[in-house]
Write a protein that binds this ligand. Structure first.
Ligand code: HAM
Length: 433
C-alpha cells in the first residue's frame, strides 16, 4: 500500500485478519458482527455476576512480556502479540486475564476481605490460526475467587458459569460442564511415571487427545512410559475424586446437577492449573469450548516472586463461541435498534421548543431522535420509519402536541403535559390502569 502526494491511500485499507468490526443493528449482511448483540452479551454477563455478588475489576491491555512467558505455558506463549515498545521494554497484548488479575491481587489483596470475588470482561489477543470459533481477538467474561481452597469455591464458580449460560436461555439440553481434576491426573501420572519434569508434557498430550490421531498419542504416551490404552481406561472410569464429589453434591443441592458430568478428557492446556478443572461444551459437540477454568493455587505466589501465597480459582467464557451457539439455537433476542419517539419539526420556528421536548423525553431514558437540521416533512417521516420509531410527535404550539402511534396508526392532539402518560399507556396498557 502506498500513500499518494494528496495524502490518501491508493488501495483499500483492510481490517487485520482475525479481528472484528461491530456494526449496529439492523446488520448489513450475515457476516457482520453486531454491536447490539455484544452489548446484550456484556449486560447479561454483568447482571448474573452481580447476582452472585462478584465485583468488577479491570487491568491494562498491555503487560510486560514476562508476565506470560513463565506462567501460562508454551501454547499461549506461542500465540502472543509481543513486541518491544519505544522504551525498549519487552511487552505483550494480554492473551488472557488470569496473570493480570493474579498480579493485581498480589499487589493489593490486603485491602480486600476474603474470599475476593471479582469479574471482568476484557478484550484479549492471541495470534492463532483463524478458524471457526477462534479469532485473534475476543472478549472474555472472567470470574475468579481468591482466598479459599474448599471445593465449595469451585462449585460457586461453576454455578455462576451455569447460570450465565442459563441467562442466555440455554438449557441442560444445550450445554454441559465437563468436570475433571489435575490432582486426579497427577496421581495417575505419579503411578506410572517417576519423572515429575515430564508432567506438563503429559498434560499437554491428554489435553490434545480428542484432536490427535490415536497412533500419534500412543507414541507420545509411550515416550513418557505409559500407553494410550492405560490413559483411556482411566478416562472411561469416570470415578469422581473426593473433591469432585463435593462439587457434584454442592451443585445438586442447588438443582444444577444435570448441567455437569465427570469427564477426564478435560485437563486444560494452560500450565498454571493445580486442582479441579472444567470446560463448558455444547451438547451436540458442534462448537469449540464455550468456557474453561479451574483452580490455580500457585500463580499468585509465582507472580509475586514468592511474597504472597493466595489460593485461587476461576474461569473465562469467550464471546465468539457463545454468540455462534446462540445464533445456532436461535436464542439471540430481536435487537433491531428501534427507537421509541421521533420528534418531527415541520415549523422551524418551533425548533427550540422541540429541542426542549426532546430533552424532557430523553431525561426519561427513552430513545428519542429528531432532524438535526431542517428537513422536508416527508423525509422526516421516512427517517422516523427507518429508525423503527414507535411514535412520532410534532409540536403544534407551546402547549399542544400531535402524537402518532405508528403501530396502531392512531393520531391525535393532546396537551404536552399529558404526552408521556399517553405514551406509557400505549406501550404498557396493563401498568397504567
Ligand atoms: P481459555 O480456555 O484459554 O482459558 O479461554 C477461555 C475461553 O475463551 C475458551 O473456552 C473460548 O471460548 C475462548 N477463547 C479462547 N481462545 C479464543 C480465540 N482465539 N478466539 C475466540 N475465543 C477464544 C483462559 O483464558 C483462562 N485464563 C481462564 C481462567 C480464568 N482460568 C482461571 N480464571
Amino acid at each position: 500500500m502506498t500513500e499518494s502526494p494528496a495524502g490518501c491511500f491508493s488501495s483499500r485499507v483492510e481490517r487485520l485478519p482475525g479481528f472484528r468490526d461491530f456494526y449496529p443493528e439492523p446488520l448489513p449482511d450475515g457476516e457482520a458482527w453486531s454491536a447490539d448483540v455484544r452489548q446484550y452479551v456484556f449486560d447479561t454477563w454483568q447482571r448474573v455476576a452481580g447476582c452472585y455478588a462478584f465485583q468488577p475489576y479491570d487491568g491494562p491491555p498491555l503487560e510486560t512480556l514476562d508476565l506470560y512467558t513463565a506462567k501460562s505455558g508454551q501454547e499461549i506463549v506461542g500465540q502472543l502479540y509481543n513486541f518491544e515498545d519505544k522504551g525498549e521494554r519487552a511487552v505483550s497484548l494480554r492473551p488472557e486475564m488470569t496473570p493480570t488479575v493474579a498480579r493485581m491481587i498480589a499487589a493489593r489483596e490486603r485491602h480486600y476481605k476474603k474470599p475476593i470475588k471479582w469479574y471482568s470482561f476484557p478484550q484479549v489477543f492471541r495470534y492463532e490460526r483463524q478458524q471457526k470459533g477462534r479469532l485473534r481477538e475476543h472478549f472474555q467474561f472472567n470470574a475468579d475467587i481468591f482466598g479459599d481452597t474448599d471445593p465449595a469455591t469451585d462449585a460457586e464458580l461453576i454455578a455462576l458459569l451455569i447460570d450465565v449460560l442459563r441467562a442466555f436461555n440455554l438449557s441442560a439440553d444445550d450445554f454441559v460442564i465437563r468436570l475433571s481434576s489435575r490432582n486426579a491426573w497427577q496421581d495417575f501420572f505419579n503411578e506410572h511415571c517417576s519423572d515429575e519434569s515430564k508432567a506438563y508434557d503429559f498434560y499437554q498430550a491428554v489435553d490434545k487427545l480428542e484432536r490427535t490421531d490415536p497412533g500419534e498419542s500412543d507414541k507420545i504416551f509411550k515416550s513418557l512410559g505409559l500407553t494410550l490404552e492405560q490413559v483411556r481406561i482411566f478416562i472411561d472410569s469416570c470415578e469422581p475424586t473426593g473433591e469432585l464429589q463435593a462439587v457434584l453434591d454442592n451443585l445438586t443441592a442447588r438443582g444444577l446437577g444435570d448441567y455437569v458430568k465427570i469427564d477426564y478428557n478435560v485437563i486444560r492446556g494452560l500450565a498454571y492449573y493445580t486442582g479441579i478443572v472444567y470446560e463448558a461444551f455444547d451438547r451436540n459437540g458442534k462448537f469449540r469450548a464455550i468456557a474453561g477454568g479451574g483452580r490455580y493455587d500457585q500463580l499468585v505466589e509465582l507472580i509475586s516472586g514468592g511474597k504472597k501465597d493466595m489460593p485461587a480459582a476461576g474461569f473465562a467464557m469467550g464471546d465468539v463461541v457463545l454468540t455462534e451457539l446462540l445464533k445456532d439455537r436461535e436464542l439471540l433476542p430481536d435487537l433491531d435498534g428501534n427507537i421509541l419517539v421521533f420528534a418531527m419539526i415541520e415549523d422551524e420556528t418551533l425548533r427550540e421548543s422541540t429541542l426542549g421536548l426532546v430533552q424532557a423525553l430523553r431525561d426519561k431514558c427513552w430513545e428519542v431522535d429528531y432532524p438535526i437540521v431542517a428537513l422536508k416533512p416527508n423525509k422526516q417521516f421516512k427517517r422516523a420509519i427507518e429508525c423503527g420509531a414507535r411514535f412520532t410527535v410534532r409540536l403544534e404550539n407551546q402547549e399542544t402536541v400531535t402524537l402518532k402511534d405508528l403501530k396502531t396508526k392512531q393520531e391525535g392532539e393532546l396537551p404536552i403535559s399529558e404526552l408521556s402518560d399517553r405514551i406509557i399507556k400505549a406501550i404498557c396498557p396493563d401498568d397504567s390502569e
